[in-house]
Each structure stands twice: as C-alpha cells, then as structure tokens.
Design a protein around this ligand. Structure first.
Ligand SMILES: [Zn+2]
Length: 145
C-alpha cells in the first residue's frame, strides 16, 4: 500500500476540518496541505474532493472571484457529524500513538529530555518518573500474556 493511501483518511479529515470553518477551494487546500507536508497534485486532490461531495460530507458551488469562476466547497450537516465522530477516533488514536510522550507531560511537565527545572532553577533528573513509566509498561505486558 502506498503511503498516500495509508494517509488518505487523514488528508480527507484535514480537508473536512477546513471546509467546516470556511469555504475552501482546490488550490487553496493544496497550499494548506503542503504546509503540513502533504504534496498533492490537482489530479490527486480533486478525486478526494469529489469523493467527499459524493458521500454528502461537503457541497460545492461556483463563486466569482475577480471575474473568474471558482468552485468552492463547504461542509454539510452530515459532514459536520462525520467530522465530530472522526475527531473522537483521532483523539483515541492520538493518545495511544503518543502514550509515552503524553505520560511525560502529565507526570511532571517534562519534555523528552527527561529533566525538570526545580524551584532553584536548576535542572534535575526525573528518575522516579522514568521508573514509574517502566513499571507501567511491565504491567501492560503482564496483562497481555
Ligand atoms: Zn490545516
């Protein structure tokens, strides 16, 4: 499976997210997605937009901008509901994908560098928190086997 196929759902959600905030158009969304590292050609994007429209998640209409016709897309009520559902799924997946990173920030406002800054302004190791993390991992393994 191509990476683009794997990421297809994320790209569709990204499009839906923006169409829920304002009318979007092809070239604009290509530029927006490029900012997030997705390089899409019109030949890839338009089938995605048409698929979303066919599913009833977005509606399109023709707008005149500086004398030129432009097709713009806006979320439908069905699309809004689908987006809300998808957001709960993305949230669940996000929490699982970043379980380790999130546990650090919850445990004591520390980043990946495993240090926290004490009241005296000095950096100190957070071995206790790391140990707790390892214990947690072990208990997950035990529960599964
Ligand atoms: Zn975006």
């Amino acid at each position: 499976m191509a990476v683009r196929d794997l990421l297809g759902g994320l790209i569709r959600l990204h499009i839906l997210h923006h169409a829920a905030h304002e009318p979007i158009f092809g070239l604009g969304i290509i530029e927006e997605l490029a900012l997030h590292g997705y390089k899409l050609s019109p030949g890839t994007l338009y089938p995605l937009l048409h698929g979303l429209e066919k599913s009833g998640y977005i509606n399109s209409s023709i707008e005149r901008v500086a004398g030129r016709r432009r097709r713009v897309y806006l979320v439908t009520e069905e699309g809004r509901q689908a987006l809300a559902l998808a957001k709960t799924k993305v949230w669940e997946l996000f929490r699982e994908l970043f379980e380790v990173e999130l546990s650090f920030s919850v445990a004591g406002k520390v980043g990946p560098q495993d240090h926290i800054v004490g009241d005296d302004g000095l950096s100190k190791k957070t071995d206790a928190k790391l140990d707790r993390k390892h214990t947690h991992k072990r208990s997950i393994k035990k529960a599964k086997s």
